[in-house]
Design a protein around this ligand. Structure first.
Ligand code: PLP
Length: 394
């Protein structure tokens, strides 16, 4: 298994974790080739996640914008409401095969934590989740959800109290109990083998899109658009199309309050190459390599780095990455709600916004597929607050 994507990726971790990573790498290499493992995973995708997810033709939006046809890959309809479950099912099955007794993970918005707690409940595996203090406050309902599902949630108040700090603390905890514990990474980030493994468990998204779009249109899409936090939903929908050079791959990153402010999370637009969280990739950092605080109203995109495979795809020009602000994402959030009757996750709304503009510039015979990575129920309160709408909680 290749540990690197060009110069990016690798395993920059303390000695105490090397053995655990090698153990996971070996188990993954073995089971990913095992027909029984793959059969069980397929069954879990169908029975638990509700796959295949629909490829939905957004006819109202297409008509309204007057350009390219827009299709939405409905990862929001998966159990637990986002693409995160695909990866959790894969890794949890692997952890079970490895005989691990405990799962540890980080979460940003809480989506990965909820998905992990859900499957841990189903698999009867103990689950400990680390979440930044800031995110605990922003997504209080998700914290209660995780606890309801039987998980233990630890609030992390070091650093900026967000996702990057949750990862740090979860890794620290892992080194203390590495024997019987499996670290379940939520995105295509971290040391090898996580970026490869998480991609392998998410690539089902793009594989389904290929089949579905060929059935619906008889040809491949002209562009595939996805939002990028760590990059798992994006690589999941991109991966099967990398070999098809005519399909444009577009990642959308969070520009928060704008690229000319200090409040954004636009890693490709504003970042540089460095090493953090066990990987070499692009990061928002100062001249000394210190990771900078990042901001996006969407907790899921609020990460100062990007998966190494994205850094690589960008470096070779195969994929492109563009920034979308909070304000623009909220426009798209409201637009999709009104136009199609679908309330998207604020993360996904970043991708929707980009696709709206792209569609207008393209002819009617072109096709855009947008990954609707999650549903927006979790964000309704925050958007109301942003809009200055008062909602009295009972
Ligand atoms: C977590 C999350 C994201 C961002 O994570 P990626 O690894 O970049 O996909 C995007 N959308 C939703 C709905 C999420 O829950």
């Amino acid at each position: 298994m290749d540990k690197k994507f060009g110069e990016f990726g690798g395993q920059y971790v303390p000695e105490t974790l090397m053995e655990a990573l090698i153990e996971i790498e070996k188990a993954f290499a073995k089971y990913s080739e095992d027909p029984e493992f793959n059969r069980e995973l397929k069954e879990l995708y169908e029975n638990v996640a509700n796959r295949p997810s629909k490829l939905y033709y957004a006819s109202e939006m297409t008509k309204d914008l007057g350009g390219a046809k827009i299709y939405l890959k409905r990862e929001d309809l998966n159990h637990t409401g986002s693409h995160k479950i695909n990866n959790v099912l894969g890794q949890m099955l692997l952890a079970k095969k490895m005989g691990k007794k405990k799962i540890i993970c980080e979460t940003g918005a809480g989506q990965h934590g909820v998905a992990t707690a859900t499957i841990a409940a189903l698999f009867k595996i103990e689950c400990h989740i680390f979440m930044g203090k800031e995110d605990v406050e922003r997504q209080a309902l998700n914290v209660f959800r995780m606890e309801l599902l039987g998980a233990k949630v630890t609030s992390v108040d070091s650093g900026t109290g967000t996702l990057k700090d949750a990862v740090n603390e979860a890794f620290r905890q892992w080194t203390r109990e590495v024997e019987d514990t499996y670290y379940l990474m939520g995105s295509v980030v971290g040391p090898h083998p996580y970026p490869v493994m998480v991609r392998e468990f998410q690539k089902i998204i793009g594989e389904e899109v290929r089949e579905q779009i060929l059935l619906a249109e008889g040809k491949l899409p002209d562009a595939v658009v996805a939002c990028v936090g760590g990059g798992s939903n994006a690589i999941g929908i991109f991966y099967d199309f990398i070999k098809d050079e005519q399909v444009k791959l577009i990642g959308v990153e969070a520009a928060g309050e704008g690229l000319d402010t200090d409040f954004h999370a636009a890693t490709i637009s504003k970042g540089s190459t460095g090493i953090f969280h066990g990987m070499k990739s692009k990061f928002l950092q100062d001249d000394f390599g210190k990771i900078m605080p990042v901001y996006s109203m969407s907790a899921g995109l609020d990460y100062p780095g990007i998966g190494p495979e994205h850094a690589y795809l960008y470096s070779i020009g195969r994929a492109n990455y563009f920034p979308v602000t909070d304000e623009e994402a909220i426009d798209a959030f409201e637009y999709l709600s009104k136009m199609e009757g679908i309330i998207p996750a604020i993360e996904s709304a970043h991708a929707i916004y980009y696709a709206m503009n792209l569609a207008k510039q393209l002819d009617k015979d072109k096709i855009i597929v947008v990954n609707l990575s999650g549903r927006g129920d979790k964000d309704v309160y925050q958007v109301a607050k942003y809009k200055g709408v008062e909602i009295n909680e009972q």
